[in-house]
Design a protein around this ligand. Structure first.
Ligand SMILES: Cc1cc2nc3c(=O)[nH]c(=O)nc-3n(C[C@H](O)[C@H](O)[C@H](O)COP(=O)(O)OP(=O)(O)OC[C@H]3O[C@@H](n4cnc5c(N)ncnc54)[C@H](O)[C@@H]3O)c2cc1C
Length: 567
């Protein structure tokens, strides 16, 4: 048994920022199934939003305007008090990261550079070329190491231990030794990232499985707004590697097979810089109506950067150019990039408040695995990196406050019991079985892509909801090829798959029940927003029959009454 005052699961931006905020006062342990700098945060390209007013076109910007853009972008589903906190804090945390050594790109006057991004009235996205996640994550990792945070890299958390409304810690698998270890903690904080890999096509790392979300749900913690799944408009055809929104922020065009910049028709003012939900639907509509290009890998739209010129492309979109050359043999300086929309981000997640506290004592969550909610029905680009660092910091503050009366000493009995259950689960998964985890995961991905996609209908959603219990039944017969516990990724995959199926079930059912269109959730059979009946958060709990039991919760409105979104 390992003991910590506070256990953080996740070595991405959220987990590291929380650890840095807590390690001076508490005995903190941080578990991550990959080395922290391999977390999905490392892939973030385009930037992080804060109303710094450095861009000459953004002198009138303010955190209040950032707040309004975020709420409008969320299609009024975000909790407005939480958005205010995030946008106000944004300015402080970007300067804090700068002072901690993060190498942002600069304007000629030496201030942090800012570029335009979708759904934002001003250019307020701070960046470092197109590797913003890379520089932020390395800065926080170095700080965590320098401060002596105890890190357990390549440890996989298999289960969250909750009993009588209290969290006692986790059971984790040391992937090197293969040992199953109960980890007892007064507070457990999850920064376990999104669930993109529940879909067949996703921009997310293979590690973004949402296992943390599913684990919390199975332990009895409710999830919020799971039906809201972000589809990014521009991902490279075939591999679905992200072509950052900064391509359009820097002036890139979207063009159909008529040579038309079609976004002018859909969003006359914002055009390519309309929010992602809208641009993704427009691209998909162009493709569906026969104005896409043909490719052996599917139909696509062109992302044209040629008019930006080689110098700007090389300087601001270095990584994008290299990815295009390496993966598809196209240099965007000379040729348009073939793109299609696909799954990108999880707006929903573990239900927490603006202090990142869940309803379970001693259990907190932040970042992409959590739903505070600051993104509501649609996240604006550049607001997620912001969320991770802001709420990593604020969670640390909230946890410190909550520990003022003393650190709880949780019970070891429920942990030992849970460890036995996990041991049995592993024995079952390592016995011969007729189902292979990768095949089942692939089948799940197809269901989610085809039935719970950009455009949704009751009929398709019902098919997904009916299919999920069938996939869960097949899961009972999963067996991995080798019983070895040493770095057995197939075993890890099989353990995660149980949670992925639960996560998928909450997404599909939430989407089927929500009979309106809002943000990323678009129902062709209910194609308008319905504030009278649906201005509310969906809450999913694990029901007695094993499926999700849904209820609803009010949205916090402070100053901004819902209006129609126009761009
Ligand atoms: C390609 C791409 C580009 C993006 N670009 C931008 C951008 O420019 N701007 C922006 O604002 N947002 C961007 N985003 C979104 C943003 O990067 C993510 O939402 C954010 O980085 C998530 O951070 P996180 O700390 O919540 O989780 P992650 O960085 O995903 O980290 C999750 C951590 O949890 C650990 N973990 C998970 N499950 C377990 C388990 N069971 N046991 C042990 N450890 C576990 C993992 O090891 C990892 O360390 C982008 C996302 C992608 C995919």
């Amino acid at each position: 048994m390992i003991d910590h005052d506070i256990l953080i699961v996740g070595g991405g931006l959220t987990g590291l920022r929380a650890a840095v905020g807590l390690c001076d006062r508490f005995n903190v342990g941080l578990i991550s199934k990959v080395y922290p700098v391999r977390s999905h945060s490392i892939c973030a390209q385009g930037g992080i939003n804060a109303a710094l007013t450095n861009n000459p076109d953004a002198r009138d910007d303010s955190w209040e305007k950032h707040t309004f853009d975020t709420i409008k972008g969320s299609d009024f589903l975000a909790d407005q008090d939480a958005v205010e906190i995030m946008c106000k804090e944004a300015i402080k945390i970007v300067y804090e990261m700068e002072h901690w050594g993060c190498p942002f790109s600069r304007f000629p006057d030496g201030t942090i550079a800012q570029r335009p991004f979708g759904g934002a009235a001003y250019p307020r996205t701070c960046y470092s070329s197109d590797i913003t996640g890379h520089v932020l994550l390395n800065t926080l990792y170095e700080r965590a190491v320098a401060k002596g945070v105890k890190i357990y890299p390549e440890w996989f958390v298999t289960s969250l231990c909750v009993e009588d409304g209290q969290c006692h810690g986790v059971v984790a698998l040391d992937m090197h030794s293969g040992e199953l270890v109960p980890v007892r903690a007064g507070v457990t904080f999850f920064g376990t990232g999104g669930y993109g890999r529940v879909y067949q096509h996703s921009t997310n790392s293979l590690t973004s499985t949402g296992s943390g979300i599913g684990m919390a749900y199975k332990a009895g913690v409710p999830l919020k707004d799971m039906e809201f799944v972000q589809f990014h408009p521009t991902t490279l055809i075939g591999t679905n590697i992200l072509m950052t929104e900064a391509c359009r922020g820097e002036g890139g065009y979207l063009v159909n097979n008529q040579g038309e910049r079609f976004m002018k028709r859909y969003a006359p003012t914002a055009k390519e810089l309309a929010p992602r939900d809208i641009v993704s639907r427009c691209i998909q509509t162009e493709i569906n109506e026969g104005r896409g290009f043909d490719h052996p890998l599917g139909r696509y739209i062109q992302l044209d950067l040629r008019h930006l010129g080689e110098k700007k492309i090389q300087e601001r979109l270095t990584g994008i150019r290299k990815i295009c050359i390496d993966f598809i043999g196209i240099d965007p300086v000379d040729e348009p990039i073939p793109i299609m929309p696909c799954q990108h981000y999880s707006m929903g997640g573990i239900d927490v408040n603006e202090r990142c506290a869940s309803e379970v004592r001693g259990f907190y969550a932040g970042g992409e695995c959590a739903c505070v909610s600051v993104h509501g029905a649609n996240r604006l680009g550049g607001n997620s990196l912001l969320e991770t660092i802001v709420f990593g910091k604020l969670a640390a503050q909230a946890i410190s406050e909550d520990m003022e009366g003393g650190i709880p000493k949780p019970d070891e009995k429920p942990l030992l019991k849970l460890k036995d259950e996990v041991e049995k689960k592993i024995l079952r998964l390592t016995a011969p079985g007729r189902e292979k985890p990768y095949q089942l995961q692939a089948d799940l991905g197809v269901v989610m892509d085809q039935k719970v996609g950009i455009f949704r209908t009751r009929e398709q959603l019902k098919q997904a909801v009916d299919k999920l219990p069938e996939l869960k039944e097949r899961y009972r017969h999963v067996g991995v090829s080798s019983p070895s516990r040493h770095m057995n990724y197939e075993l890890i995959n099989a353990l995660e798959l149980e949670y992925m199926l639960e996560v998928a079930h909450t997404i599909a059912l939430g989407a089927m029940l929500r009979e309106e269109s809002r943000g990323s959730h678009f129902r062709t059979d209910f194609n308008t927003r319905n504030d009278r009946d649906w201005l509310k958060h969906t809450i999913a709990r694990m029901g007695d029959d094993g499926g999700p039991a849904m209820s609803y919760k009010d949205v916090v409105i402070t100053r901004y009454q819902p209006v129609e979104r126009k761009y």
